[in-house]
Ligand binder design. Structure first.
Ligand code: FES
Length: 176
């Protein structure tokens, strides 16, 4: 029996007994003020992120004082936790410098010249002015002119579903 099949059976059994897990990264608005709710949650089955560096991209919509804004994002598995989602990250792929779209690269040797912090690890890189962001370090900017790291989406995991529900409130400064 394959690992994914065993995981599916275990998840079904847990759900049957009401023991399915729910975990949350980030925090949506309400009691917490650091994140804004998206207009609609974006959902994926957890099975889309099986192995380290699996990535799925998505678009979400956020209401702002200047109207609805489209936000591009990426869900990324940064570790080898085959049974869990503690290594999943969700980043907004709009560059905090001047709103270009960052791209994900697994092979990054060629970017060593941009930043001393590049040591061959997978990275997000902006094609406009070559800001570099480290997904392992929560999207921190490690090179280039970006004034901060990538904005984070909030997401929750319930049973077999990942739901992206919010975005760091600071993104409004970028979009204004
Ligand atoms: S817009 Fe990304 S580095 Fe300038």
């Amino acid at each position: 029996m394959t690992l994914s099949r065993r995981r599916a059976i275990l998840a079904s059994a847990l759900a049957f007994f009401g023991l399915g897990h729910k975990s949350v990264r980030g925090a949506t608005s309400g009691a917490h003020t650091g994140f804004l709710d998206l207009n609609n949650a974006v959902s994926f089955p957890t099975s889309v992120l099986n192995e380290r560096w699996d990535i799925v991209t998505f678009e979400a919509t956020l209401s702002t004082p200047k109207g609805d804004k489209r936000l591009q994002g990426a869900l990324l598995k940064t570790g080898d936790d085959v049974e869990g989602i503690g290594d999943v990250r969700a980043f907004c792929t709009i560059c905090p410098h001047e709103i270009c779209h960052v791209e994900f690269f697994q092979e990054t040797e060629r970017f060593r010249a941009i930043s001393d912090a590049v040591s061959g690890q997978p990275l997000f890189v902006c094609p406009c002015h070559f800001s570099v962001f480290d997904p392992i370090a929560e999207g921190e900017a490690i090179g280039g002119p970006a004034p901060r790291g990538l904005y984070a989406f909030a997401f929750e995991v319930t049973d077999n579903e990942i739901r992206v529900t919010g975005i760091e409130a600071g993104v409004l400064e970028l979009l204004s």
